[in-house]
Design a protein around this ligand. Sequence first.
Ligand SMILES: [Zn+2]
Length: 401
Amino acid sequence: METYQESFLHKKDAKITNIEEKEDFLLVELDDTIFYPAGGGQPCDTGIIKNNYFEGKVVNISKKDGKIVHKVKIIDGTLKIDDMVSCEHSINRRLRLVRMHSGEHIFMGALLKTIKDIKVNKVRLDEDESSLFVICKNLTWEKIFEAEKLANKIIKENRDIIVKEITKEEAAKIPGLRIKLDRIKDEKIRIVEIKDHDISACAGTHALKTNFIGNFLVTKFNLFKGDYEIRFKTNVSEDLFELARIARLSSSIIKKDVKEVPEFIENLMQENEKKTAKLRELSASLVKEFNEEKINDINFVYNTFDEVEKKQLIDQAASLKKEKTVVCFLNKLCDNAQIIIVASEDSGFKANELLKNLMDKFNGKGGGRDNFAMGSIKVEFSEKIIETLKELVKTTISNSS
Ligand SMILES: [Zn+2]
């Protein structure tokens, strides 16, 4: 086992074996390191290396051709080959990652037992909230709850987490071993077993017993580019209380028992969908009503509506654009009223200019093109809009003739 794989080691002395300067950083190699170089979804450790003459911040670690290179930002002093330094990374961060990483193994094992066709694609661990990307046909909360329950049962049972090294040949004989053999270059393979539950190849840092994880909580999941991303946390208590707070508040708003909240909301959503469809139907027949008036040779088409669907109103206004026509529709909402103006090319009017004139008068906002414009004003001005526009059309015609 490498020193950086010792889960609870966060402080150790080491000797500098190589240094390179690169821009404002030092690229440092050590004879032995406690800093985990990113791998298997686990991010690298960050921390401090220092001695009496030097202090630097380890900001990143890379592993290339078996060499582990620490990218160090100099805080103070100088460093040379063969110097001894004391190395330290944040134990709190490491412990959080240990919990996340061990929890992920247990949960993945639980998912495999719950959902037959599931495959893990990748893992992204973080100290606050981690992600597991899986591929399966149809993931549901019910399935996730089942796997989450099993994961927490195994955590509580305080099972052993066994780490050992085996050969590729031995690995091929272990039934159910989660491994991507094609990706493994070394002859020796490190495997991590959650006793009688899950076994997988992994280079990361893990707990010794499952109880150390505390608990496992899936926070959400969603489908992203063909993968399901399952987000999770470990060792939570505040989050659980926050979720319980939301559940209790929701149940008191709807005056039902907490257990009835999901079904109640589902029914509400269905009812709402039906009502929206009805409203759409109603709105479609309402927008067909309009008034028509001749101002000289211009057909002035107008009407005022109460909360009809915007798209239907726009479509209707556009369909009324015939020869020498100006259409003005007003849609009264709560505090505002929408104004839609349509002008035919041969009318001699431009919809955006007419709208601008109205917006300037009534302190509204909006814009548009020559034949279509849309704006919004305070609802109390809505009674005056049609009359004002009518006057504007009239004066423009008489001024131009
Ligand atoms: Zn692992």
